[in-house]
Design a protein around this ligand. Structure first.
Ligand SMILES: *Cc1c(COP(=O)(O)O)cnc(C)c1O
Length: 260
């Protein structure tokens, strides 16, 4: 059962209290942390309710589900256009569709994906973000900082070398804006267990942000979910990706249908 608007309003209030407390402990302002509403497995009506409650940014795992809900532009309450974040691993043959629907892809983890995205974005209509031609796309690199075999992302021991290599060829990607790093914390049920990997991510992100150049916009850390967002905020997260605490449990037996 999907939540009603009133139920979502209550869940949002409870979540905002958690975020506010974490920001207070970390000495950060609330507006330094963006809330990305993870709407995967929830229908378009849930997205409409979220927008009514002020949501501006949504996260989806699967490209087809993102297309279904976010291909048609939607307006947020603040008058901005709703942004779609692709946060799940994207197969090579879906990168073009991902580039079209997404404002930001959080899950890039190979040089092949970077190369292909650049080609794809160069051929898309401009989005007014700077280049005379093509779409400028924000991307984050996913690091498997939790070091769990089931998780995708750059190997934690190879992430720095990957970024350093990218730096040497950064001029090749005029349509991609390297925005930062993403990780999924350890799935132990204990939020504290993820602190170390969140701190590691921050160290790596700060190091590359300081280089400037191709990494001049590398100011984002996408980390923290329903179970560990406080620890993530304390460790510097700028984007928390929250599904369950806002929309309730996902019913994996009822995938949102692909567009026909
Ligand atoms: C599903 C998902 C989330 C949201 O998780 P919740 O625990 O429901 O908040 C965040 N990030 C990624 C990458 C996800 O796949």
């Amino acid at each position: 059962m999907e939540f009603s608007l009133e139920e979502m309003r209550e869940h949002l209030a409870a979540l905002e209290a958690r975020i506010a407390e974490a920001c207070k402990i970390a000495g950060r302002s609330r507006d330094s942390v963006k809330l990305v509403w993870v709407s995967k497995f929830h229908p378009a009506e849930a997205v409409e309710n979220a927008i009514a409650l002020g949501a501006t940014d949504f996260g989806e795992n699967r490209v087809q589900e993102a297309e279904l809900k976010f291909s048609a532009p939607r307006m947020a309450k603040d008058g901005s256009r709703v942004r779609c974040h692709v946060i799940g691993p994207v197969q090579s043959n879906k990168l073009k569709k991902a580039a079209i629907v997404a404002d930001c892809i959080h899950s890039i983890a190979s040089i092949e994906a970077v190369e292909k995205l650049e080609r794809v974005c160069a051929a898309l209509p401009g989005n007014g973000a700077g280049a005379s031609q093509g779409k400028i796309l924000d991307i984050l690199f996913q690091v498997n900082a939790g070091e769990e075999e089931t998780k995708s992302g750059l190997d934690v021991h190879e992430a720095e070398a990957f970024l350093a290599d990218l730096e040497t060829r950064a001029g090749n990607y005029p349509h991609l804006r390297f925005r930062g790093l993403m990780t999924i914390g350890k799935n132990t049920g204990v939020a504290e267990d993820s602190r170390e990997c969140f701190a590691f991510l921050r160290g790596l992100q700060q190091k590359f942000l300081a280089k400037g150049g191709a990494f001049a916009h590398f100011d984002q850390l996408s980390m923290g979910m329903t179970g560990d967002l406080e620890v993530a905020i304390e460790e510097g997260s700028t984007m928390i990706r929250v599904g369950t605490a806002l929309f309730g449990e996902r019913d994996y037996s009822k995938p949102v249908n692909d567009p026909v």
